[in-house]
Design a protein around this ligand. Structure first.
Ligand code: ARG
Length: 471
């Protein structure tokens, strides 16, 4: 408290005193620590100031504040912004949260006009507004990071459109696929994630302010004006819902969880591919760590950690959804618990997206190992069946014939393409010399030249589509 202000002028400045005249004793130290949120919600300071300035502007336009009050509030807030940015602002536990800290400092700086700022407003609609403003700008950053990751993957996909690896089902070799095609599957996932985030953003971007504590306010506020000033798409239409809704935070965390699940699946593949048993890729040294005991080790720590952090983000989703389930209308202090999970979700997601975009560029592809693996599991058996169908057989019959051929090939330890023509013709006389192109990995790949298929021509078309979409 500045020495110039009398205690009565600034009740907010010291919560060691009681909340108001109603209270006969100060808050217990333990309760103060338990209920205070300032050491994490101070992160909302910029949104808090932004919301307060929009509120003050509207109060002035409505004749509730005069222009001197408004000018004083603007001047005080500009100074507070400077102090916070310079690290000179003194955050006080006694003042519970970011809102009361800023308001108290404003009162120290400009006096009475600061005390008029809270007219027609409650911390309940204030905090809901702050979280939404903060989350909106975080979603915008996350969307940009998601685009960057998609572009990085598209680039690797383009370079590897012709590289063949075994596609798996049940982790058993199934059919040859283009490595580019495989990577573009993740680009599809991240594209859907971006859509989900954009959709969630529309519901984040609505204004609770004006709901006051829970019932609205008797002052003639212009809520639409505040929404416009803050660039929000609309106003929350029910005051009770406005102060208690955290669906937007849950929705965002659900979308973030799905991004992490996709990252986690990619991580699992990177880890498998880098293992000695697969040997399909190598990750750049700067994304790996060694072992303190085994000198030969190079471990894919980044994807492993990302896989682990997915659990953490999904945990935050469970936390937030559980936070909401038993709450009666309207605001309850439970909602103060929305912040740490939300903050950690945003931090974890942003770091993970950044590191994955960078790491993707550092993937060394080993096409020979991929191809060798694809040659092992009779990956072109379906192609032989399709070949027989084109020669007039019904697919089910062709399937059975090929099963016999594969059995023979397994018995002699060779690939289908290594069986002599005469041998193959024993299974069906319609098999001709042209079968060997069909049985080759590249023939199999090129044959799947259909929208969404793995033929390199399709992969290149998808690369072009993604580039245009992401530009
Ligand atoms: N720090 C509180 C929160 O995060 C602000 C709202 C407090 N409102 C109240 N009536 N206690 O939710």
């Amino acid at each position: 408290m500045s020495s110039s202000s009398k205690p009565a002028d600034n009740q907010l400045a010291n919560k060691a005193q009681a909340w108001s005249a109603l209270f006969s004793e100060p808050m217990s130290e333990l309760v103060k620590r338990y209920t205070s949120s300032v050491f994490f919600d101070k992160r909302l300071w910029a949104a808090d100031i932004q919301g307060s300035l929009a509120h003050a502007e509207m109060l002035t336009a409505q004749g509730i504040l005069n222009s001197e009050d408004h000018a004083a509030i603007q001047r005080g807030m500009a100074q507070i912004k400077g102090e916070i940015e310079a690290g000179a602002f003194e955050w006080k536990l006694d003042l519970e949260d970011v809102h009361l800290n800023i308001e108290a400092r404003l009162t120290e700086l400009v006096g009475i006009p600061a005390k008029r700022l809270h007219t027609g407003r409650s911390r309940n609609d204030q905090v809901a507004t702050d979280v939404r403003l903060w989350l909106r700008s975080e979603i915008d950053e996350i969307s940009a990071l998601l685009s960057a990751l998609q572009l990085a993957l598209v680039e690797v996909a383009e370079k590897n459109a012709e590289v063949i690896l075994p596609g798996f089902t049940h982790l058993q070799v199934a059919q040859p696929v283009s490595f580019g095609h495989h990577l573009l599957a993740y680009v599809e996932m991240f594209a859907r994630d971006a859509e989900r985030l954009a959709d969630a953003r529309r519901r984040v971007n609505r204004l609770p302010l004006g709901a006051a504590a829970l019932a609205g306010t008797s002052y003639p506020l212009d809520r639409e004006r505040v929404a416009r000033t803050l660039g929000m798409e609309g106003v929350c239409q029910n005051s009770l819902d406005a102060v208690s809704d955290r669906d937007f935070a849950i929705e965002f965390t659900a979308a973030a969880s799905l991004v992490m699940v996709h990252i986690s699946r990619l991580s699992e593949e990177l880890i498998l591919w880098m293992s000695q048993s697969f040997g399909f890729i190598d990750l750049a040294d700067r994304f790996c760590t060694g072992s303190s005991i085994m000198p030969q080790k190079k471990n894919p720590d980044v994807p492993e950690l990302a896989r682990g952090k997915t659990g953490r983000v999904v945990g935050h989703l469970m936390g937030l959804i559980t936070l909401m389930k038993g709450q009666p209308l309207a605001y309850n202090k439970d909602n103060q618990e929305d912040k740490e999970p939300l903050f950690d979700t945003v931090d974890t997601l942003k770091d993970t997206l950044r590191i994955f975009a960078e790491m993707s560029g550092g993937i060394t592809v080993k096409p020979e190992a991929m191809e060798r693996a694809a040659l092992k599991g009779y990956a072109t058996a379906t192609d032989l069946a399709d070949y027989l169908v084109k020669k007039g057989l019904a697919f089910r019959d062709a399937h059975e014939i090929v099963a016999h051929a594969v059995k023979t090939a397994i018995g002699t330890g060779v690939d289908l393409s290594q069986l002599p023509l005469a041998e193959l013709q024993k299974f069906d006389s319609r098999i001709g010399e042209d079968v060997f192109e069909v049985l080759s990995l590249r023939g199999s790949l090129n044959a799947r030249n259909i929208l969404g298929g793995t033929a390199p021509a399709q992969v290149r078309a998808q690369v072009a589509r993604h580039r245009a979409r992401l530009a």
